[in-house]
Design a protein around this ligand. Structure first.
Ligand code: HEC
Ligand code: HEC
Ligand code: HEC
Ligand code: HEC
Ligand code: HEC
Length: 270
């Protein structure tokens, strides 16, 4: 296939490069080595803490660095934090949804419409109340728990939402696993993969509306979409099995024919 050919030739080019790069110390190797990280990394206390907290976060793993959130010039130590170079500083509490929402646009919209968004600046939680600012990790339903969600109100409504979402979460994981399996067998499954991707994103934004009725209603629609993918997968599975049976029959037939001709030949030889 074309894709795998490109892949292996780029692997051929990359391998010597990687070997060469591994001769340099780890710090020089990473494109992440901005002046922000250099200067703040050397600080103790409040200025250095964000660097330690950020390492290992989902943002660090995806190449989102200090300057991607705070702005500024990551290549010029003298002017790094100049507003002229786009430095945004530290957002105040009510500025946080817009600050994070530059990249997480869909989630910001759902959040601002929600009871939490409407209570922004009046005791409602912001993005960092639930996700943190530097230690942000991959989000799962585990974030919804008694400790996190009963600080400001009783846990009961939170637990209803979690229950409504858990089932859908399970189906998404199951379907994703099946799709990987099909891909491993070389079956073209692009349409289903794209469809799952869209439904998954819609589902993971859903939490932020924190509205029991809407979560239940949307979950129903998303589950129907997932059902359609499952049916398509089942059909593909069926076709695949049939192809395997035909394949096995042909091979068995060939083996039988070889055996027969061998036996015949032996009978003649005797
Ligand atoms: C040469 C050292 C140095 C460099 C380079 C540097 N900083 Fe800073 N930064 C500091 C010091 C010192 C402070 C604390 C003093 C202050 O608040 O003005 C600070 C404060 C901050 C603050 C908190 C500001 C506030 O209002 O509390 C943020 C956010 C920040 N830096 C981000 C960055 C980013 C992003 C970069 C790269 C674009 C960067 N820094 C580059 C030394 C540096
Ligand atoms: C995902 C976005 C994001 C990234 C990446 C990020 N920050 Fe921040 N940072 C924030 C937010 C939001 C706040 C405000 C914190 C709050 O209100 O809890 C903040 C606060 C700060 C502060 C002020 C802390 C204080 O206690 O007053 C400093 C200093 C800072 N960041 C430096 C950095 C440095 C250095 C990096 C790179 C290692 C970095 N930040 C990466 C979002 C980010
Ligand atoms: C009340 C707590 C809470 C607040 C406030 C909150 N989140 Fe979330 N967030 C969650 C939970 C819980 C999940 C996991 C939901 C799931 O697994 O479907 C999540 C998931 C996410 C995800 C992952 C989506 C995905 O595709 O997997 C992102 C990104 C995110 N939140 C960003 C934000 C941003 C940006 C804000 C502010 C505008 C915000 N969150 C406000 C609790 C919160
Ligand atoms: C400059 C763009 C940018 C900003 C600003 C930003 N993020 Fe992200 N965020 C990303 C990228 C890229 C990823 C990794 C890809 C993904 O999962 O969407 C990510 C991932 C996440 C995830 C994990 C998503 C998952 O799949 O579970 C959460 C939660 C999250 N961000 C929350 C925040 C919060 C909270 C803030 C503000 C403090 C913030 N982000 C600011 C770009 C950004
Ligand atoms: C910092 C305080 C705070 C935290 C933490 C918090 N909430 Fe809320 N929550 C509020 C406020 C304020 C409201 C609006 C007033 C009300 O309905 O109680 C609200 C309302 C709600 C509602 C009702 C929404 C509606 O439209 O009726 C749900 C559901 C909810 N929160 C779920 C959660 C979950 C789940 C968590 C944990 C992941 C959480 N909350 C954490 C402050 C918080």
């Amino acid at each position: 296939m074309r894709l795998s050919a490109t892949y292996s030739s780029s692997a051929l080019i990359c391998l010597p490069l990687l070997l060469l790069l591994s001769l340099f110390p780890a710090d020089a190797r990473c494109q992440e080595q901005t002046v922000c990280l250099q200067c703040h990394g050397a600080q103790t206390g409040k200025g250095g803490a964000p660097v330690k907290a950020w390492r290992g976060s989902v943002h660090a793993d995806n190449g989102i660095s200090c300057n991607d959130c705070h702005g500024g010039d990551p290549r010029d130590a003298a002017n790094a934090m100049s507003p002229v170079r786009g430095f945004l500083g530290v957002p105040g509490e009510t500025g946080i949804p817009a600050f994070c929402g530059r990249c997480h646009v869909g989630i910001r919209e759902e959040y601002l419409k929600s009871a939490h968004g409407r209570a922004l600046g009046k005791g409602g939680p912001t993005c960092v109340t639930c996700h943190g600012s530097h230690t942000v990790m991959k989000a799962t339903l585990d974030l919804i728990n008694d400790k996190n969600c009963s600080r400001c109100h009783p846990y009961d409504r939170a637990s209803v939402i979690k229950e409504a979402m858990r089932q859908t979460d399970g189906s998404i994981t199951d379907i994703a696993r099946k799709i990987q399996q099909f891909k491993g067998e070389g079956i073209n499954i692009e349409v289903q993969e794209k469809s799952l991707f869209d439904l998954r994103n819609r589902y993971h934004r859903l939490f932020h509306v924190v509205d029991v009725g809407r979560v239940k209603q949307e979950s129903e629609v998303i589950r129907q979409g997932l059902g359609t993918i499952e049916q398509a997968l089942a059909k593909l599975d069926e076709r695949n099995k049939r192809r395997k049976i035909v394949g096995t029959t042909v091979v068995a037939g060939l083996l039988l024919a070889t055996l027969l001709s061998y036996l015949l030949k032996k009978t003649f030889d005797n």
